[in-house]
Design a protein around this ligand. Structure first.
Ligand code: ATP
Length: 363
């Protein structure tokens, strides 16, 4: 599908206007982040047609279909979209299958039966179809809500913090389901989140809003590479670099995989689900990267990479320094103590060795 064009000027109150003019990719996951009150939900609601918008100033097209243009507004119920909220909001009086059938019935061209079956498998809900909703865990309910949103065969899926009401233990499980789902889906997903874990594992594209306007936008790996303080923009969690590459080989003897990112090779714990040639996305947390001035060949750390310091962020009221390195075309963030930074006299421009513990990077 071709791109999503959004152009809106939407005053909500005396001191808040959603003012967005951007193009998002027509496939993959676009994460939308930003502080509370920055306009993320309002943007999704605008796309869904739930915000009264003056047609003169606003335009919206999804692929080759115009949903809003000069003088014309497509009614919300005619927009082919799925919407998933923080709470699953399923109908208690219907079974799992009854809820999903409800989603299908609301569409003139619902998912074909065999595609629906595949969706059940991807979300791991085949065995739940006859269950009453009250007998589902929070994570299961959310997977059913996603199936219901997709059963009508939408052109776009809107998700508003879908993991925020799920307990921590179940979040990891649901994240894995979402990874599989997004590999399988061929429609674009707009995914509102505050979580670095969700951005780094799920997002292909990242849009950051501040007070109603877009302040960063682009491929998620590139935007994160530039954000030295993601928390200050409302993205909570450890500073993380995303690298995109592929699996080169498996080393059965040591249960390791060798992966390639441009000119860089890394050793990882064996990625059993991936074959040589398969693409791979790696989230490397800055706290898992250490630095030394020389290559320490006696170190137990297998991944030792030479690079140059590009940025060094530290403040006297924090024990850590965040250091941006350039390694053969890749940006890598490292977090070390300010004391170590002082003792090694680290400065922008210096050549250093970055060490990444293989066991800390899970594909
Ligand atoms: N019904 C409303 N009427 C007027 N202003 C509103 C209304 N709902 C939200 N707002 C205001 O619009 C702005 C954007 O709100 P929105 O809910 O889109 O932010 P958000 O980024 O999704 O926040 P959060 O992360 O807390 O969900 C805020 O200033 C909010 O106070």
């Amino acid at each position: 599908m071709s791109d999503i064009h959004i152009c809106c000027q939407l005053p909500r109150s005396d001191d808040f206007t959603l003012d967005v003019n951007c193009v998002l990719p027509g496939r993959g996951v676009s994460a939308i982040s930003g502080h509370s009150g920055s306009g993320k939900t309002t943007l999704l609601r605008y796309i869904a047609g739930l915000e009264a918008a003056d047609a003169g100033h606003n335009q919206l097209s999804i692929g080759d279909q115009s949903w809003q243009s000069a003088g014309k507004t497509l009614a919300p119920h005619r927009r082919k979209l799925g919407y998933v909220f923080q709470e699953a909001s399923l109908f208690d009086h219907l079974s799992v299958e009854g809820n999903i059938s409800y989603g299908r019935r609301r569409s003139q061209q619902p998912l074909a039966a065999h595609t629906l079956k595949q969706l059940y498998q991807v979300l791991g809900i085949e065995h739940l179809l006859q269950r009453p909703i009250q007998q589902l865990s929070g994570g299961e309910q959310q997977r059913v809500a996603i199936a219901r949103a997709l059963a009508g065969n939408p052109q776009i899926l809107l998700m508003d913090e879908p993991l925020s009401a799920i307990d921590q233990a179940r979040k990891q499980e649901l994240l894995s389901y979402l990874e599989s789902l997004f590999r399988w889906l061929d429609i674009p997903v707009l995914y509102v989140t505050h979580s670095m874990a969700e951005v780094s594992r799920l997002a292909d594209h990242l849009l950051v809003l501040e007070h109603g306007s877009v302040i960063h936008q682009g491929p998620a790996n590139r935007v994160l590479a530039e954000l030295s303080r993601p928390q200050q923009l409302g993205i909570d969690g450890p500073l993380t670099s995303i690298w995109l590459g592929h699996i080169e080989a498996h080393d059965e003897m040591w249960q390791l995989s060798q992966a390639r990112f441009g000119e860089i090779r890394l050793h990882l714990p064996q990625a059993h689900q991936l074959q040589p040639g398969d693409s791979l996305r790696l989230a490397i947390e800055a706290r898992d990267v250490s630095l030394s001035l020389t290559e320490d060949a006696n170190s137990s750390i297998q991944n030792r990479l030479a690079g140059r310091i590009e940025k060094l962020n530290q403040s006297p009221d924090a024990p850590y320094a965040d250091i941006a390195l350039r390694l053969s075309g890749q940006r890598l963030w490292a977090r070390v103590t300010r004391k170590a930074c002082h003792e090694l006299a680290l400065q922008p421009g210096m050549l250093v060795w970055a060490q990444i513990k293989a066991t800390s990077i899970l594909p």
